[in-house]
Design a protein around this ligand. Structure first.
Ligand SMILES: [Ca+2]
Ligand SMILES: [Ca+2]
Ligand SMILES: [Ca+2]
Length: 171
């Protein structure tokens, strides 16, 4: 599968998002939220001496494609290689806004560039760095959907193969 891959050359994730705003393969959704980008492999070493590092450097990006505020609560990111995914926490994402959905912990907020940040609260990395066998690798599903690695409830998808370190991919 061809895919636009661009090494993130900016220290700021917000700037990187702007630079990646034109994927060769447009993201799509049948729902209110759309997966637009993913960074499966957080910059730098993922672990050291058994300690998980830079959990929040692993994330995917969602966009509210509607003209109203959407509560992200209950939307299910279904990684197709496991069935222990957590539904998204409650966060009111304004119309047209984008949010970085980080793997680790933090306080949800809107940054000065207007991007939002949502934290899933995992204590370990969850997006596979190498995922060549599944297509898609990640689905976002409507609230109440099962995390069962099938298309049931899916509204938008994202796929990657081998994710380079610190690299953002367009969905
Ligand atoms: Ca890494
Ligand atoms: Ca899953
Ligand atoms: Ca990862």
């Amino acid at each position: 599968m061809s895919r636009t891959v661009r090494t993130a050359a900016f220290a700021s994730a917000a700037l990187a998002l702007v630079a990646l705003a034109t994927p060769s393969q447009a993201a799509s959704t049948t729902g209110a939220l759309m997966l637009t980008h993913v960074r499966p492999n957080a910059a730098g070493a993922d672990t050291r001496d058994g300690t998980q590092l830079n959990l929040n450097g692993e994330y995917f990006v969602i966009k509210n494609v509607t003209t109203r505020t959407i509560n992200t609560s209950g939307y299910v990111p279904d990684i197709t290689t496991n069935t222990y995914g957590r539904a998204l926490p409650s966060y009111y994402l304004p119309a047209g806004a984008k949010a970085y959905v980080h793997t680790g912990s933090g306080r949800h907020y809107r940054d000065s560039a207007g991007a939002h940040h949502i934290y899933r609260g995992y204590a370990r990395h969850v997006l596979l760095n190498t995922s060549t066998a599944k297509n898609p690798d990640l689905r976002l599903k409507k609230p109440g959907s099962p995390d069962d690695n099938t298309a049931t409830g899916s509204i938008t998808t994202c796929n990657w193969n081998t994710a380079a370190d610190g690299t953002t991919y367009a969905c």
